[in-house]
Design a protein around this ligand. Structure first.
Ligand code: C5P
Length: 396
């Protein structure tokens, strides 16, 4: 799948560096050429000898290595590859990248490159959740850097949570996707995400608690499998993923128009929490009046999922909806699948006790024509990757 592709692999300093050895093997198995770069900290965890033995070439290690510079200058090194992969990407490397520092070979290569960059973060859960790291992550995403993982789970330091580096095969899938070799290469996928805001007057609106996290993760996972993704998003609280076509909307009516304008698509995933009603918005700010409460008259919004699922010509081959329920999840979601006419429904329980709406995890049941399938509770990223893989399988 990666024959003829050249990957520059930067190995940062973290316990997950041992997985980078397996990553080299997996990439080479698929025909890629791998040029490894070991940071000083990385060399504390894996040796240059094992890295170069697996890569089959010498390892580049220091910016001021004159022999290396004579063989291939760092600028050339940063541009000779088709893709740069940073695995593990430590908190320190992410901070350097976000700030544009270039004090060693790895950060210099990352600043000098004109190629796409994929990072696989790995660090202690508190370091990952620290405001500084999250701020750096947002900056990197805004800069168009692609991110795979981290996964939630047991960590080498004895804690539990997000911070584990993505598995080598997940990183390989992301690489294949970015190099147009993924199973969804050549496919156009439409994803809706986030809440909608329905104005009451020029300063007030009706909204809901959706963060857009699940839709964002789904768009990123589909992109990582090689799809061209159109991401139609309401005002979400998480930033949109890099490497997708973002269409930002506010209301349900705008979202419907954006969705119809984005067709045709091979697949459409409706993860947005679309408001069911809108208010006939007042042109001016509604004033307080002693003894009189304003009455908001609601009118129904278009059901975007139903409209697309039931269109004749031009209907996407696979239409996937969500059913966020607070009771009788399976019964309501099964009925919803039939009523809306979509192919698959991902049902989840969003009662406050589950912490799903606005949280990092999700527990879904996939309902298809073949029946219902419970997925274990996992991170929204993991749900997204599992869904993206199912979509790829369904499309063959
Ligand atoms: O009817 P309900 O809102 O529960 O349906 C949820 C599913 O329908 C989600 O996939 C959501 O994105 C989609 N939907 C939509 N347009 C609406 C309402 C819901 O696309 N107006």
């Amino acid at each position: 799948m990666l024959a003829g592709k050249h990957i520059l692999l930067i190995i940062g300093g973290g316990i997950a560096a041992y997985k980078a050895l397996d990553l080299i093997r997996r990439l080479r198995e698929r025909g890629a050429r791998v040029t490894p770069v070991l940071t000083q900290a990385g060399a504390q965890f894996v040796t240059p000898l094992s890295v170069s033995a697996l890569a089959g070439v010498r390892v580049f290690a220091d910016l001021f290595d004159l022999t290396a510079e004579a063989e291939m200058g760092h600028i050339e090194l940063s541009r000779a590859a088709d893709l740069i992969v940073v695995a593990p990407a430590t908190a320190d490397l992410m901070a350097k990248m976000a700030a544009g520092l270039a004090g060693d070979l790895a950060s210099t290569l990352l600043l000098a490159t004109d190629k796409r960059v994929l990072i696989a973060p790995a660090m202690n859960v508190r370091m990952w959740q620290h405001a500084a790291t999250q701020r750096n992550l947002a900056q990197l995403l805004a800069d168009g850097i692609a991110v795979v993982g981290p996964n939630a789970g047991d960590m080498a330091c004895g804690e539990f949570g997000p911070g584990r580096m993505a598995e080598p095969l997940e990183i390989v899938a992301a690489v294949e996707g970015m190099l147009g070799r993924g199973p969804l290469a050549g496919r156009h996928v439409l994803v809706t995400s986030g809440p909608t805001h329905e104005p009451i007057d020029p300063v007030r609106y009706i909204a809901n608690r959706s963060s857009g996290a699940q839709g964002t993760a789904i768009a990123a996972a589909l992109r990582d499998l090689g799809a061209r993704v159109t991401f139609v998003t309401g005002p979400a609280t998480v930033p949109p993923p890099g490497g997708v076509d973002v269409v930002a909307v506010e209301t349900a009516a705008q979202m419907r128009d954006a969705v119809l304008a984005a067709l045709p698509a091979d697949v459409a995933v409706f993860a947005a929490a679309v408001a069911d009603w809108h208010v006939t918005a007042a042109a001016q700010k509604i004033k307080k009046q002693a003894g009189r409460l304003p009455v908001l008259e609601l009118a129904e919004n278009p059901d975007i999922l139903a409209q697309v699922a039931q269109m004749g010509a031009g209907r996407p081959g696979l239409v996937v909806g969500f059913a966020a329920e607070t009771e009788d999840v399976l019964a309501h979601a099964t009925a919803k699948r039939a009523r809306k006419g979509c192919d698959w429904i991902l049902a989840n329980d969003v009662s406050p006790a589950t912490g799903i709406m606005g949280g990092a995890e999700n527990a879904v049941t996939l309902i298809t024509a073949a029946g219902a399938e419970d997925w274990p509770r996992m991170g929204k990223d993991a749900v997204a990757r599992a869904l993206a893989l199912r979509i790829a399988q369904a499309l063959g």
